[in-house]
Design a protein around this ligand. Structure first.
Ligand code: ZN
Length: 232
């Protein structure tokens, strides 16, 4: 039996040119113009493009995630809504979660101390390697220019009163690793966000996982890449 669809899928439109000062503000304006409608990746990039220089934003996805986490907007994707495809997004209403974005930040002098300790580079460690990207570098993985920001080492949910004066509680992260860190834990359930881990894994790891899943679900791949269900 086919599941009844709750809402009809209506696609949004760009309403003129978006001339707000920042990428985030332009994306916000586009969503507010299209409450309850589906917006595609292409539309978001178009609206977010710098109206003066015509430059396409490098980190639009990060700005989108800030609208959720810092501004408290609800923005749905295929992960929350079955009828949405990958790269489609929907803001169902314009209400903001109260209290969003009230994150503790280190004081200016603490941040300087943290930056010094980190030698002004991202401190994310993975497989024994430190990221090491510096402010203004081009991120070789995510593309775009690196902006270093403070990260509270233990999750805010566990320690909301992080000491803004204590450099030990903070680390320096690049934008990509800020997102990676958030995605490692599903904040509502405390579980690992398996999908995000796979998404951020290096290509070789993805291949291994892909082959594992094929075999797990009973498929085989021939040399020319054709996938077939194993007959029992
Ligand atoms: Zn990094």
């Amino acid at each position: 039996m086919a599941k009844k669809k709750i809402s009809r899928k209506i696609y949004g439109k760009l309403k003129g040119e978006y001339v707000q000062k920042s990428v985030k503000k332009r994306i916000e304006a586009l969503f507010l113009d299209n409450i309850g409608k589906v917006l595609t990746r292409e539309q978001i990039i178009k609206a977010a493009t710098d109206p003066k220089t015509g430059r396409q934003p490098e980190n639009w996805h990060q700005r989108l995630s800030e609208l959720r986490t810092d501004d408290g907007y609800t923005i749905l994707s295929w992960r929350n809504r079955g009828e949405l495809k990958v790269q489609e997004y929907l803001m169902p209403h314009k209400r903001k979660r109260p209290g969003a974005g009230k994150r503790v930040r280190p004081t200016d002098s603490t941040w300087v101390a943290v930056l010094k300790r980190a030698e002004y580079s991202c401190e994310w460690k993975e497989g024994g390697l430190v990221c090491g990207l510096k402010d203004g570098d081009i991120d070789p993985v995510g593309g775009g220019r690196v902006k270093l920001t403070p990260d509270h080492k233990s999750p805010h949910s566990l320690n909301p009163d992080a000491d803004p004066e204590d450099p030990e509680q903070w680390q320096v992260l690049c934008g990509r690793h800020q997102v990676t860190k958030k995605n490692y834990w599903d904040s509502s359930t405390g579980k690992l966000n398996t999908y995000a881990i796979v998404q951020f894994a290096p290509e070789m790891e993805k291949k291994r996982i892909f082959m594992f899943l094929l075999s797990y679900f009973g498929y085989t791949m021939s040399r020319d890449g054709r996938i077939r269900k194993k007959s029992k």
